[in-house]
Design a protein around this ligand. Structure first.
Ligand SMILES: [Zn+2]
Ligand SMILES: [Zn+2]
Length: 296
């Protein structure tokens, strides 16, 4: 699993930071979380094919998170390889998208389905579960978590001792089924072990709240906004954002394993002070830069 940061700025983009966009890749799934202005260009520079994007998760309808949607959906629609884009967003997403495509000579828009989310599970496949958690911002806003499912792995040494090296028998054991070989019963429990699935969460624009805690809870990778340093927290609170300190405390109090701070104000020309503040409250913290990749 890999996370690619396409844009890491807040309201105003800078030479170094584009508007919000995060791409999570897991096997055949490419899940784009938010799509700020210019995301399409960032995708292109990163060498990702827009046609490969399977889902778009919209946190909220502030411009810095959505102005890239019509451009991306037009390009995807023009590419014959694109099939379907599943879009998830807060209540109002259907109306916003409809209005958006009426506001210009829309053409080649990718076939899509829209899911207006509520608190809880929003999609489930054999491989993973996607959940939405309500955040507290100046407009309806959701954060999202990607929970990979636990899976069984074969203990090769134990399997070899039992004379099992390859073939469909191993496949059945891996699915948790007991098998019989040459009259001898072998239970899946004997020769397999559990690999816990990884959790990746995205806390978009918010103040500290229950939803943010749920997203951070035991996350292997927590991506959180941290718009300002704590020294100007009155301003941060006024616009309903998190300070870097608050984001780090959310990670630490909810036992996240790794934190990436994103959605940074244009006022910060370097990441040095952001890293220092984050690590004061949570050791395993880094600051996102455009085109940064994190493997999980
Ligand atoms: Zn924002
Ligand atoms: Zn916002």
């Amino acid at each position: 699993m890999e996370v690619l940061f396409l844009g890491t700025s807040s309201m105003v983009p800078t030479k170094q930071r584009n508007h919000s966009g995060i791409l999570l890749t897991h096997k055949a799934e490419n899940i784009l979380m938010d799509c700020g202005e210019g995301t399409q260009r960032q995708i292109k520079i990163a060498g990702v094919k827009p046609a490969k994007i399977t889902r778009l998760l919209i946190s909220h309808w502030h411009g810095d998170h959505v102005f890239g949607i019509p451009g991306l959906m037009s390009t995807m629609g023009a590419d014959k390889e694109s099939i379907l884009l599943r879009i998830y967003g807060p209540p109002g997403t259907k109306k916003y998208l409809e209005h958006l495509f009426q506001s210009f000579a829309a053409k080649d828009i990718i076939t899509h389905e829209i899911h207006e989310v509520k608190e809880g599970i929003i999609a489930e496949t054999e491989e993973f579960i996607l959940s939405a958690h309500r955040l507290q911002h100046s407009v309806p806003c959701f954060g999202y978590s990607f929970q990979e499912k636990d899976r069984l792995r074969i203990d090769v040494v134990k399997a070899k001792k039992l004379g099992l090296t390859e073939g469909p028998a191993l496949g059945e054991l891996q699915q948790g089924k007991d098998i019989t070989v040459k009259g001898k019963k072998i239970s899946a429990e004997e020769v397999t072990y559990l690999v816990p699935g990884k959790k990746v969460s995205y806390i978009a624009d918010t103040v500290p709240c229950e939803g943010a805690n749920k997203l951070a809870e035991n996350a292997d990778l927590l991506i959180s906004e941290g718009t300002h340093l704590d020294e100007i927290k009155e301003k941060t609170e006024k616009y309903m954002h998190l300070t870097v300190k608050q984001a780090a405390l959310i990670a630490s109090e909810n036992i996240s394993k790794k934190l990436v701070i994103t959605h940074l104000s244009q006022r910060y020309k370097s990441s040095a002070d952001i890293i220092t503040e984050a690590r004061t409250y949570f050791d395993n913290a880094i600051v996102a830069e455009d085109f940064m990749k994190v493997k999980i």
